[in-house]
Design a protein around this ligand. Structure first.
Ligand SMILES: [Zn+2]
Length: 254
């Protein structure tokens, strides 16, 4: 385990960001350079595991809890303290996050600036936008974080998974008023048939990009199942699973 000294800042193999100790809430990730909207801040590797791990979802609790999330169906991506993602704090008005439904580029899932981020500014993500309904505990209970400290005007107080956000916030996350769209991994939307219907009606082009990303994530899940020795255990059933998920898994062109 990396020894973290609060008097030091921490640099990474991925340039442009640095971790700093910020007192009561611990560490945070900060910009070392100016970033424009759409710039990549750091990347999550899905095909090489130097500073991260990908493990079966059922193993993503215990020591992995609060430092992992379900990246593709059945598998969790876990940061290590040598990866910048480890230090990104939550904000209800986050200035960065995933885009394009979490699609990878050359095996890397980018965390992207949602707005201009000036050198020295803290980099934040909205944890709800990459937390699935079953990421709370090994039985599939919902995750929540009480007493948010982001102090933004939009602070929700209690942070939940994406499924528990009001519809307007879920729509804003998948169709924000900017060029950066699909801020939620596609597989998390799969459990929300109402949102999928709205997406299909409101933006057929964005719906197609959702399906493309979903297909990629299902393919990645199947590939991981072949390379990770312990077979993935299925994620717990949720209401939509019986009606729709099985069809999507076997007929992912839907
Ligand atoms: Zn907040």
């Amino acid at each position: 385990m990396l020894a973290l000294n609060p008097d030091q800042s921490l640099s990474f193999s991925q340039p442009g960001v640095v971790a700093k100790y910020i007192g009561r809430i611990g560490w945070g990730l900060f910009a070392e350079v100016d970033f424009a909207p759409g710039d990549c801040l750091c990347q999550l590797s899905l095909d090489g595991f130097a500073d991260c791990e990908i493990i079966p979802w059922a193993n993503s609790f215990g020591v992995y809890f609060d430092r992992s999330f379900t990246v593709v169906p059945g598998y969790a991506w876990c940061a290590s303290p040598t990866h910048p993602f480890w230090y990104i704090n939550h904000s209800c008005a986050a200035n960065s996050g995933f885009v394009n439904w979490g699609q990878t580029i050359h095996g890397q899932m980018p965390v992207v600036a949602y707005q201009r981020i000036a050198r020295g500014e803290q980099i934040t993500m909205d944890y709800a936008l990459f937390t699935a309904s079953y990421d709370g505990d090994p039985t599939g209970g919902p995750w929540r974080m009480n007493g948010c400290l982001c102090h933004s005007d939009q602070c929700r107080g209690v942070i939940t998974g994406f499924h528990a956000l009001p519809l307007d916030l879920r729509l804003e996350a998948v169709m924000p008023q900017s060029e950066l769209q699909g801020c939620v991994p596609a597989h998390m939307v799969m459990e929300m048939p109402g949102l999928i219907r709205l997406l299909r009606q409101l933006s057929p082009g964005l719906y197609r990009s959702y399906l493309e990303a979903l297909n990629e994530q299902i393919a990645l899940s199947k590939a991981l199942c072949r390379v990770i020795s312990q077979k993935a255990q299925p994620i717990p059933a949720y209401p939509f699973q019986a009606a729709g998920t099985a069809a999507l898994w076997t007929n992912s062109g839907l």
